[in-house]
Design a protein around this ligand. Structure first.
Ligand code: SF4
Length: 383
């Protein structure tokens, strides 16, 4: 028997706020964000605050994450106001993360974040090579990245993460190793590493289609990923998800909530929620979002109520992304389903192929499956 959705919704959700502005658009970016220039940041922040307040009766949130876009593209006092609103409603959140764009965070911004109780920073560094940053269309320099992280540490932030991208055209195993070592040299607690993805419609994808740049071959891409796992493990970073690594005690709790398929509330244009047994998405247009919030109408554009099968598959796929994998008892508690029975066929096939490790109480991806995780996980997306 599947538990009532409302019993899971009594769990404190994660709260995500999407700030859809960036100083300029990076060439690889497929996220919903718009250049800030000429936009009314005040109206957007007021609209975000309104939407946050609609949830003020939610007794507790586990974690808060302000991402984007670039939250730090907002004027310092505007971002401060947004943080104050959220922190005053949910002062007990365990983790409060703000995504930082290295070129945008000076001491004033960082001091404000520290004073307002933000306890985790995630820096979109992407590369420690100037030529790669230029190719990606990032506005910051490698010096900006080092300086802003050092400033944050000087101000007392002791939970700092870096996002990196590998397999950037022109990169080699040696150049990628330099990026990893540069990140480690900064003494951060968390590293996310993603292979560059060519999102349809982006200038980088267009350049590839026109033959102006060449993607890194699959074998090198995979070798870079394997190097990431080994290099970070030897530096004391545990891999806790396919693309995420952390020192002991510094895994991102907010993102862990997604992989555990817990409820979350998304605020802002294009933000997604999983709340009260519904998956919803807000309208992905800044002006429409602002107008709706000012008119007192709902920003929600899409609604879907996952059925029992959806819930079972979503939980399986999300859990399997983590290095803990599926805890079979917890899986049953959350979905009412017996994982071994529901997924008997893919389980047997991938275990036989050495891609899954199966014990009495747990199923997880084998190390050899990590680089091809998506192709294994798609077999758990339906039954
Ligand atoms: S900073 Fe991030 S969200 Fe903004 S354009 Fe660049 S990749 Fe996209």
């Amino acid at each position: 028997m599947i538990p009532q959705a409302t019993s899971l919704d009594r769990e404190a959700p994660g709260l995500y706020l999407h700030v859809p502005f960036c100083t300029s658009k990076c060439r690889y970016c497929g996220f919903y964000s718009q250049p800030l220039a000429g936009r009314d940041a005040d109206r957007l922040v007021s609209a975000l605050v309104r939407e946050v307040q609609e949830y003020r009766n939610v007794a507790a949130v586990r974690t808060i994450y302000i991402g984007g876009g670039s939250p730090t593209s907002l004027p310092v006092h505007r971002l401060a106001g947004l943080i104050e609103t959220v922190a005053s409603i949910w002062p007990q959140a365990q983790e409060f993360t703000v995504e930082c764009n290295p070129g945008q965070v000076g001491v004033e911004m960082l001091s404000m974040l520290a004073r307002r109780g933000v306890n985790r920073l995630s820096f979109g560094v992407q590369s420690f090579h100037a030529a790669e940053l230029e190719l990606l269309g990032r506005r910051h320099t490698t010096d900006d990245a080092r300086r802003s992280i050092e400033h944050a540490q000087d101000l007392g932030f002791d939970n700092v993460g870096i996002d990196l991208i590998f397999a950037i055209p022109g990169s080699t195993l040696a150049s990628w190793e330099y990026c990893l070592r540069s990140a480690l040299a900064l003494g951060v607690q968390h590293i996310s590493a993603y292979s560059l993805s060519f999102e349809p419609g982006t200038p980088l994808d267009e350049a590839r289609r026109l033959g102006q740049i060449e993607s890194v071959d699959e074998e090198t891409d995979r070798a870079m990923y394997e190097m990431t796992i080994d290099c970070l493990a030897s530096a004391g970073f545990a891999q806790y998800e396919v693309s995420n690594f952390a020192r002991d005690g510094f895994a991102c709790r907010h993102n862990q909530g997604y992989w555990e398929n817990r409820p979350y509330i998304g605020i802002g244009p294009s933000a997604a929620s999983y709340w009260q047994a519904e998956r919803t998405a807000n309208v992905a247009d800044i002006d429409t979002y602002i107008h709706r919030m000012e008119a007192g109408s709902s920003p929600i554009e899409e609604r879907d109520r996952p059925n029992r099968a959806d819930r079972i598959c979503e939980t399986a796929v999300l859990n399997l992304r983590t290095r803990k994998g599926v805890d079979l008892i917890e899986f049953h508690r959350r979905t009412g389903a017996n994982f071994r029975e529901v997924f008997e066929l893919p389980l047997r096939r991938h275990e036989r192929a050495g891609l899954l490790e199966v014990t009495a109480d747990r199923v997880r991806l084998a190390r050899t499956a990590l680089a091809v995780a998506d192709s294994v996980l798609c077999d758990f997306s339906a039954f």
